[in-house]
Design a protein around this ligand. Sequence first.
Ligand SMILES: [Zn+2]
Length: 293
Amino acid sequence: MQQFRHNIDLHCHTTVSDGALSPAELVALAQKNRLNVLAVSDHDTINGYRECKPLADEAGIKLISAAEFSCQIDKINIHMVALGMDPNSDAMKKAEALQDQIREQRAVTISEKLEKYLSIPDVLTQVKAISGNSVLGRPHFARFLIEQGVVSTMEQAFNKFLGAGKIGDIKLIWPEVGDVIELVHQAGGKAVLAHPFKYKMTKTKLSRLIDDFWDMDGDALEVVSSRQKKDDTGWMIRQIDKRNMMASFGSDFHASASWSDLGMFSAIPEVGLNWVHNSILEEPVALSIIEEK
Ligand SMILES: [Zn+2]
């Protein structure tokens, strides 16, 4: 699964959600990696974009507003990358508030359970001091448990308290994908089904999921997400062609590693796909592979 450096990345994360780099560090990396177009798609919030925008402007990088929304479709949890919304629109503020409320409710429940079980008071206040401005998630609880000396690693925190079947394993009930797509459209954005192969479905089931997404007015599929087999990319192109959808792509970058970098993902064959970013940008930008020097 060979990967290449590209000039555009439409899916990545910062410390605003679960990424390792701050917005400033991410923009600096985008500049170093010679990206022209970037969409910062932090989980359930557009704050990554909001923070990166002035820095990207300064660096001469075209920044597309984005967020990766958790939603459900037929009781299956999926991720949807929303691109090109007006971040100040009522619809987007509503979408963000909805996700926030769901996470907050879970955090309250986990906190109550941990308080009882470990006899530690005010868990939520302390976890929020750790999460700061980032989207509140279970990793913040894990860090809290380490700080309290209850466990010594993140892995232990998940194995003992937060992972599947443990007391902190509170299921989130995300909004229906159709409702989120509607809000994204109201805000002038496009809805992209993120990393379709990550849902570990058979191709038959995945094809049905794409049908449902398309029926609910979804706009695009990620034809390539980070490292991907050539055959899978071919299959995804056929899914896009069949329904006349738009195509998106990205690294889903969270942290630097030998196999992961901003702008780095498997090649996409030139078959005249209709790129979602060009339906948002004023002037089209061609996706290209950056030659290593
Ligand atoms: Zn992502």
